[in-house]
Design a protein around this ligand. Structure first.
Ligand SMILES: Nc1ncnc2c1ncn2[C@@H]1O[C@H](COP(=O)(O)OP(=O)(O)OP(=O)(O)O)[C@@H](O)[C@H]1O
Ligand SMILES: [Mg+2]
Length: 271
């Protein structure tokens, strides 16, 4: 299978903390890959290296065969790498619809002059952005909340909206940082269905970080496990679940108690 993203010996340190210490992995086109590990393992740091927020890493990250090293975050976004954030980064005062229009606006090609003069092309692009935002709102099942300020939405809907916002970029690669965080069982189930339909409909390659093992097991084709900045295991869900190194890594982390007793995976990926 073709490799879409490859991390080759990536290291990142903060002072004396080795957040990533020689991490390598491959993400195949069309795959949904899980990246798990205890708190502080380096998962979000890996996302920040891939998206260019932390340019100072050592090693290489290749995307579609191209070294990302010298590309700024917005240039990586133009290559269709999108992400969601562990701590939701939506605009609380703006409506759900406006939160989707913002990235569409930022990535449209119309200029300031076009905006001022309301050139036909600008008007056309505005209408197209509106249509696209509405379509995405519908896809994430948030039509009824189009005009609601995002701060008034329950966290489950905010997480869906973050996914919607990432979809505005028409990503090839979607990085999801704990999309299941703060969700109850019903919301998590809906999230799993949404991710399955994102994959089925848009053929997007996904890298999923989450502490909810049931979600990871249900969605992912393959899983990598980080611990203290090192990759300690890789394999299909059922193998990872039973891997003693993984069990040990989680048992050493008091905040993740119970993670290893999670119910077994369904038969592979949904969708
Ligand atoms: N900007 C930063 N400055 C200093 N230290 C940082 C910074 N970002 C991360 N770290 C440290 O790097 C290590 C890895 O953090 P990271 O946030 O990547 O872990 P994580 O696997 O995402 O954890 P969690 O599951 O809690 O989100 C931690 O020790 C963290 O304190
Ligand atoms: Mg994190």
């Amino acid at each position: 299978m073709a490799v879409l993203l490859q991390a080759d010996d990536v290291s990142m340190s903060f002072g004396g903390v080795h957040a990533l210490a020689g991490v390598s992995f491959e993400l195949h086109r069309g795959e949904t890959l899980g990246l798990i590990g205890p708190n502080g393992a380096g998962k979000t740091t890996m996302f920040n290296c891939i998206t260019g927020v932390l340019p100072g890493y050592r090693g290489h990250i290749y995307y579609d065969g191209r070294d990302l090293r010298n590309l700024k975050p917005h240039q990586r976004a133009r290559l269709k790498i999108a992400r969601t954030f562990q701590n939701l980064e939506l605009f609380d005062e703006l409506s759900a619809l406006d939160n989707l229009l913002l990235p569409l606006d930022a990535f449209s090609r119309r200029g300031v002059l076009g905006d001022l003069l309301r050139l036909p092309r600008t008007v056309f692009e505005e209408r197209r952005a509106q249509e696209k935002a509405r379509a995405i709102l519908h896809f994430i099942n948030l039509d009824d909340w189009a005009d609601t300020p995002v701060g008034d939405l329950p966290v489950g809907l905010q997480r869906r909206l973050e996914i919607g916002r990432a979809l505005c970029l028409e990503p090839q690669l979607l990085l999801l940082d704990e999309p299941g965080s703060g969700l109850d069982a019903r919301e998590t189930s809906e999230l799993a269905r949404l991710l399955a339909s994102v994959r089925a409909r848009f053929k997007i390659t996904m890298l999923l970080v989450d502490h909810d093992m049931a979600l990871i097991m249900r969605i992912c084709n393959r899983i990598y496990v980080l611990d203290y900045g090192r990759m300690i295991a890789e394999g299909p869900p059922e193998q990872i679940r039973d891997d003693p190194r993984v069990v040990r890594a989680y048992l050493g982390d008091a905040t993740a108690t119970g993670v290893v007793s999670t119910e077994p995976a369904t038969s592979g990926a949904v969708g």
